[in-house]
Ligand binder design. Structure first.
Ligand code: ATP
Ligand code: MG
Length: 230
């Protein structure tokens, strides 16, 4: 946020919400692909504070997740980070985050929220989804390996949340079967994560001994998103 505010002349922003536990190259690649495809001036990464949908496992303390995002985005002048969710106590709902960002950036700023295919499926079940849509210029969905992708899919989503289709735009991005869950498991099993996260993030994980003990076979095996709210 602090960095975003230094560029008040820029009015088209992309938002990348996520737990980023840890941030990986699929996040970075999709963010840059969406940013350039839509001609957005900035992509703002918004790490979740206390994610309501990740209660199955303890989320890594926010200072680590923030530090890794900072390290990952440092080489891209169009990427920035917002602390809006981590500075707020309690669950972070996107609808509240958007209200806060509009207060900070002005009501006329165009916000496009970027969402992966797994999260899109859950979107109609998020807290106040119609109010989220109302605050977005566009909802940008990107496909993700391992998740259903057929033409009837968007119709079903529209039936669950009227008005969604009007705001929804699908942007093609390179398909990478990479997830934070798999990265955490790889670290715990001493398998490589090199090239799946930026070098600086890999170094940070090692230096701070993150993800050493964690094996999440069940979550990974189902490949189902478990959250109903965000
Ligand atoms: P976890 O396994 O802990 O859920 P993740 O890899 O899904 O981590 P998140 O922080 O949950 O990462 O995701 C943030 C956003 O990025 C979500 O909208 C998610 O759908 C999207 N995303 C993450 N990885 C990919 C990927 N490989 N391809 C497309 N979208 C992705
Ligand atoms: Mg996820």
């Amino acid at each position: 946020m602090e960095r975003a505010r230094q560029f008040p002349q820029r009015h088209t922003l992309g938002l990348m919400g996520g737990t980023f536990d840890p941030i990986h190259i699929a996040h970075l690649i999709m963010a840059e692909e969406v940013r350039t495809t839509l001609g957005l001036s900035q992509m703002v990464f918004v790490p979740a504070g206390e994610p309501p949908h990740k209660m199955l496992r303890p989320v890594t303390p926010v200072q680590h997740r923030l530090a890794m995002v900072e390290l990952a985005i440092i080489t891209n002048p169009h990427f920035t980070i917002s602390r809006v969710e981590v500075d707020r106590s309690g669950p972070s709902y996107l609808v509240d985050t958007l209200h806060l960002l509009h207060e900070q950036w002005g009501q006329d700023v165009d916000i496009s929220f970027v969402i992966g295919w797994d999260s899109l499926e859950d979107f109609p079940g998020w807290y106040k989804p119609a109010e989220i849509l109302a605050q977005l210029t566009q909802l940008i969905a990107v496909r993700r390996p391992g998740y259903v992708d057929d033409s009837a899919y968007n119709e079903k989503l529209e039936a669950r949340l009227p008005g969604l289709k009007e705001k929804l735009r699908i942007v093609p991005v390179p398909q990478l079967d990479i997830s934070s869950t798999d990265i955490r498991n790889r670290v715990a099993e001493q398998r490589p994560i090199k090239y799946q996260v930026p070098d600086a993030v890999e170094d940070y994980i090692r230096e701070h001994g993150l993800y050493q003990t964690e094996i999440e076979v069940a979550v990974q095996a189902t490949r189902h998103s478990t959250h109903t709210e965000r």
